[in-house]
Design a binder for this molecule. Structure first.
Ligand code: SF4
Length: 404
């Protein structure tokens, strides 16, 4: 079996930002100790039923705000994982953290517990923009957090950014990107703001109370970012992700997020925590969304009565059809702007040719200038199909072609 990844959802935030549609809750921190106990039980249940060939190479604590957990809480979760699963050497263990909500002592203790990658939600270097996004930190907090993380021994930092904000100018975004480079992160993620239904931003925009982001300007920001980061030694490996240059044996940058590469390569991951989604053995599954429901479902069970990878916390699961598998594979792997979809890998996985499966879709996308055919850098006998520069901007149009 391919190496497996573990995703842990920590659905707590001090404050709910107006643009956020993640499964996270404010003012529920008193539930954190019971939640950690439930997580440990879920890990034990899954570990007891896991096939012996499951070997873990990444763990990602996402949220929410995982850094609201204390170092001893991370330690106890990581110990539960170590008892439940076999690990590859040097696994990547990441947590998402909010600048301004982490102390130097906490970062040092988390590093000591085994976490070796931090992803800070920075979003902008502009005070007005941070205020509009309802972020509770300043850019000064970001500088302090990065300095503390380096002192604590973290040599693998991601900084998360958002562009295309209402009324954001190109020069304001350029200033953010330049200030971020001054901090020398190993990895940068930059996503365009999307106005999600059910969020205050979505509602205000519908009522005309929030100026909509300008899509042409957002596209200009994206293209500028691609050129700027590449000129400063960051390899663009996924539509919205860049890592410091230098390539591994698979042709991905050294500092690429190994955990996210697992998703983008359609490889297996197990899910833990409220609302977490998992994928293994061609099965997709997800847990109860609400914190209390998740805790109660696990607290009420004494043994793993469900078949791997399901637990009492699971509320949805389905076996994928071969068509679902191929469609998901295209949607995920096409996000990898350099590696794309390799014909040889597709054939190995699905025992059929890529062109035989999607002849019309691929021909039309190439003709429309959204896909290109190249020779693979890691396997000179394989052709790869990947997004063109135009295709990166119009990714959703490309992906739709592979959805039935
Ligand atoms: S801190 Fe992050 S996860 Fe929490 S509400 Fe804000 S954007 Fe959402």
């Amino acid at each position: 079996m391919a190496q497996t990844s573990l995703y842990v959802h920590i659905p707590f935030c001090k404050h709910r930002c107006a643009y956020c549609d993640f499964n996270t809750y404010a003012h529920q921190e008193s539930l954190i100790p019971a939640y950690v106990q439930a997580l440990i039980k879920e890990i034990e249940f899954v570990g007891e039923q896991a096939p012996p060939d499951v070997s873990v190479h990444t763990i990602f604590f996402g949220g929410g705000t995982p850094s609201l957990l204390s170092a001893p809480q991370f330690d106890s979760i990581l110990q539960a994982f170590a008892s439940a699963f076999a690990f590859s050497p040097n696994p990547e263990i990441s947590i998402e953290a909010n600048p301004g909500a982490t102390s130097p002592e906490q970062l040092a203790a988390i590093r000591k517990a085994g976490v070796n990658r931090l992803s800070f939600g920075v979003q902008s270097a502009n005070a007005e923009e941070l205020k509009m996004l309802e972020r509770e930190h300043s850019f000064f907090d970001v500088i302090e957090a990065v300095t503390s993380a380096r002192k604590a021994g973290f040599d693998n930092l991601n900084l998360d950014l958002i562009y295309g904000l209402p009324e954001q100018s190109l020069s304001s975004w350029q200033t953010t990107a330049k200030r971020i480079l001054d901090l020398h992160p190993e990895h940068i993620s930059a996503y365009a703001l999307t106005l999600e239904h059910g969020t205050p931003f979505g509602r205000w925009a519908n009522k005309g109370l929030l100026p909509l982001p300008n899509p042409d300007l957002a596209a200009e920001m994206y293209e500028w970012t691609c050129d700027f980061l590449e000129a400063h030694g960051y390899a663009h490996y996924e539509i919205s992700n860049w890592a410091r240059d230098g390539k591994d044996a698979d042709g991905h940058p050294w500092w690429a997020c190994q955990h996210n590469l697992q998703y983008w390569r359609s490889l297996p991951y197990l899910a833990f925590g409220a609302g977490a989604h998992g994928y293994i053995h061609e099965t997709r599954y997800s847990n109860a969304l609400r914190i209390k429901t998740y805790i109660e479902r696990l607290a009420g069970s004494e043994s793993p009565t469900h078949h791997f990878p399901l637990t009492p916390a699971t509320v949805n699961h389905h076996k994928q059809t071969p068509e679902d598998e191929m469609s998901d594979y295209m949607l995920n792997n096409l996000r990898l702007v350099q590696a794309g979809v390799a014909e040889a890998d597709f054939r190995l996985r699905f025992e059929r040719g890529l062109l035989e499966t999607y002849p019309k879709e691929i021909a039309e996308l190439i003709q429309n200038g959204l896909l290109e055919k190249k020779i693979s850098e890691v396997n000179a006998t394989s052709e790869i199909y990947r997004l063109t520069k135009r295709g990166r901007l119009l990714g959703n149009q490309v992906f739709l072609r592979f959805v039935e």
